[in-house]
Write a protein that binds this ligand. Sequence first.
Ligand code: NAD
Length: 344
Amino acid sequence: MFQIGIIGCGKIAQVRHLPEYAAHPQAKLAGYYDINTVRAMELSSRYGGTVYESYQSLLADPAIDAVSVCSANVTHAEIAIAALKAGKHVLCEKPMATTLEDCQAMVDTARACGRFLMVGHNQRLAKAHIKARDLIRQGVIGRVLTFRTIFAHSGPENWAIDGKQTWFFDKKSAMLGAMADLGIHKTDLIQYLTGQKVKEVQAFVSTIDKRGPDGMLVGVDDNAICIFKMDGGAVGTMTASWTNYGSEENSTVLYGTDGVMRLYADPNYSMVVESRDGQRTFYEIDQIQTNDHQTKSGVIDLFMESLINGTQPEISGEDALSAMKAVFAAMESAKTGKTMTVES
Ligand SMILES: NC(=O)c1ccc[n+]([C@@H]2O[C@H](COP(=O)([O-])OP(=O)(O)OC[C@H]3O[C@@H](n4cnc5c(N)ncnc54)[C@H](O)[C@@H]3O)[C@@H](O)[C@H]2O)c1
């Protein structure tokens, strides 16, 4: 049995981490910390376990084997690094951190401490995405030439536990907006699906419409549109938006030398593969998880599998670092107007 600590007891902890740990036969929810103590106490009374007065005291408890870091973006690196140094395995929510140096330090610390670091890139675990990757590897659409991928919803104020007052809009707590909130998911996904890394980025990242409770535009970006050139030759666009006031979009289309693959782009089928001769195969696999339609993410099972088997998590710190390099390059491209090369 693995004793789990939860740091940050807001929405993602409540809808994903806690129910999925609680359902896992080898996980025991043992400890909670949140700057909002009442929130931590509510979870402890529902799921059992101790409320700690600081994340440091939670980490100092030798009974805790692993932690989920589900706090505001800017706190991830400090807490994750402290946890790894305290001998805990870490499942950190995305974006893994808010500077490249911090992302690198998390990976280095995990390695130095011999502990596992996984990042919650749950898009990879959507069933149609797993199937799509297998089919792409089998060459069903040939070589991927171009793609477009989009994640767009109405903004974190309609999700996060503090509504319009959310830290997501506060530059000091979030640092990055839609690009790192939603864009990181699709950046990681496109690397996962194509097996190629982002090599060059040209990006528009800006705050167009999203206003905070004071009526002023929020301090972080609400839209990002990127052109990614991949190291295997594919080129495509990645769009992340907090200003889609219609129904959520979460789709990816890949155009290959032998066909086209549409993922979560059709209302009835999670995947449609169209061959060059016009033949279509329809896959009814699942529905993508949205803010309003939460399903089991599989993230916790994967993290637990890594703890139980003593093997590196499939969504490793290294993978997350690689996707974050593209995110930071996109931010730099938007600032300078230049095409940026992503360091490998
Ligand atoms: N994987 C996904 O699809 C996904 C979805 C949503 C959120 N997230 C990520 O999860 C993290 C949390 O987001 P959320 O939606 O739960 O936000 P939220 O605002 O609903 O909850 C965040 C919680 O963290 C607490 N907190 C803030 N700073 C803290 C600190 N220093 N120490 C301890 N607790 C602290 C807040 O009090 C709050 O209870 C973010 O990094 C976000 O990007 C991931």
